[in-house]
Design a protein around this ligand. Structure first.
Ligand SMILES: *[C@@H]1O[C@H](CO)[C@@H](O)[C@H](O)[C@H]1NC(C)=O
Ligand SMILES: *[C@@H]1O[C@H](CO)[C@@H](O)[C@H](O)[C@H]1NC(C)=O
Length: 399
């Protein structure tokens, strides 16, 4: 059942009051920057971020962090207009016209898109920081193959949906013009706006593309080193440890995953050769930056993050953890993540058993957001930003 409009307004009112109480005494709002008053002098928090949300890389977890930061601080997230669906008309290359006008001017942009630097610059402030995340290509491709098995024409041609059979002779099944071929080869390169079908003999292309990505993106996070990447994100944006607290999203049940032999992993890297080049390049840069910070500092920061995480979970859910459950078993519909076709079991969160017996509304709004799947959260943000837009423009509300 959809949240009624009245309930929705009530939620906004409650959120505003909560936020004023929580943050009013700590933060001041000046010229598009938030200042943290904990340190000796005020340090500006960066509030403008373009996050290129790549596929199957834990990017939903980063998006959830950014959504919560934006919402808690009254900032705006650019969201797709209705005709685009929940992504920016993906896999078409991003165009500024894909953005819903009620979500402009924006501080954040995070929904799936095929990146196009010039068009993204057109909707983001000039000082926006560009961030993305990459995952080890063999694990990423195994995840894509399992997740989009029924959605991607290429994968549907493969006998018994066998990953091994596909990797034996990928070109027997793959056509660049297939519907959703973007999930079948160099997906990361494609999402970043590159050419996924460059032949593997073209080493210069991969090198120049990596250099281009490096020019635009201030930080490339690495899924396998998630907490360390968040530490770098926090430094880049001058945020507090509390700002990067998260719970993990969109995992599969262990039974839906398969272990990759080195031989299979090698075949995946060969097939996704540009992605493999990008990953190696940016994993190396990540570690250069971490060692520049110093391993003692990084470890301390990761501990601070975990401590902040513990505090928030305790405050939100008492001694209990949100329950990791497969989608079908999550009682609250708004907490169920999107589930692909086929036998892929996606996990989401349900409220801890003790809390779910009470009504959902008795759980604090920000705590609920911590475990809210992206589609529900984006829908809520869209509504609240629309309300704000209309208030600002003194128009009457559309029913
Ligand atoms: C990333 O690079 C570091 C440092 O070279 C290395 O230890 C680590 O294994 C790499 N990560 C992956 C997943 O390959
Ligand atoms: C919460 O649930 C646990 C076990 O399910 C139970 O032992 C505990 O008493 C409950 N606490 C409250 C406050 O309901």
């Amino acid at each position: 059942m959809r949240m009624s409009y009245k309930l929705f307004l009530a939620l906004i009112a409650v959120t505003m009051v909560t936020l004023l109480m929580q943050y009013g005494s700590h933060w001041s709002w000046t010229r598009g920057h938030l200042y943290s008053h904990q340190a000796a002098g005020p340090k500006a928090k960066h509030t403008n971020v373009a996050f290129l949300k790549s596929h199957k890389t834990a990017s939903s977890t980063v998006q959830n962090i950014l959504f919560r930061f934006a919402e808690s601080n009254g900032l705006t997230v650019a969201l797709p207009k209705q005709e685009c669906g929940i992504q920016f008309c993906y896999p078409k290359p991003f165009s500024a016209s894909f953005v819903h006008p009620h979500t402009l001017p924006a501080n954040f942009i995070t929904s799936h898109m095929r990146f196009n630097a010039a068009q993204v610059r057109g909707v983001m402030p000039a000082d926006a920081r560009y961030v993305t995340i990459m995952r080890e290509p063999a694990a990423m491709f195994e995840s894509l193959f399992s997740y989009y098995k029924q959605h991607c024409q290429t994968f549907r041609r493969v006998p018994r949906g066998s990953l091994d059979a596909f990797l034996e002779q990928p070109l027997r099944y793959y056509r660049p013009q297939d519907k959703n071929s973007n999930y079948a080869r160099n997906t990361l390169t494609h999402d970043l706006g590159g050419d996924k079908d460059r032949p593997a003999t073209d080493g210069a292309y991969a090198r120049s593309f990596a250099a281009e990505v490096e020019r635009v993106f201030s930080l490339v996070m690495i899924t396998e080193h998630f907490d360390e990447s968040l530490v770098l994100l926090r430094h880049l944006l001058s945020w507090d440890p509390e700002d990067i607290v998260y719970v993990k999203f969109n995992m599969r049940t262990p039974g839906s995953k398969r272990r990759l032999t080195p031989s299979l992993a090698g075949k995946i890297r060969a097939w996704n050769w540009i992605d493999a080049h990008l990953y190696d390049h940016f994993n190396a840069s990540l570690w250069r930056r971490l060692s520049a910070l110093g391993s003692a500092c990084v470890e301390r920061e990761v501990r601070l993050l975990h401590a902040a995480q513990e505090r928030l979970l305790r405050r939100c859910f008492g001694g209990w953890r949100p329950l990791l459950r497969s989608v079908g078993k999550i009682r609250n519909k708004d907490l169920r993540p999107w589930q692909p076709l086929g036998q892929v079991d996606i996990l989401g969160y349900d409220l801890p058993a003790n809390l779910s017996r009470r009504s959902l509304s008795s759980t604090s709004e920000l705590c609920l957001k911590l475990i809210m799947p992206e589609n529900t959260y984006a829908r809520i943000l869209m509504r609240s930003q629309s309300v704000r837009y209309h208030q600002k423009h003194q128009q009457t509300l559309q029913p």
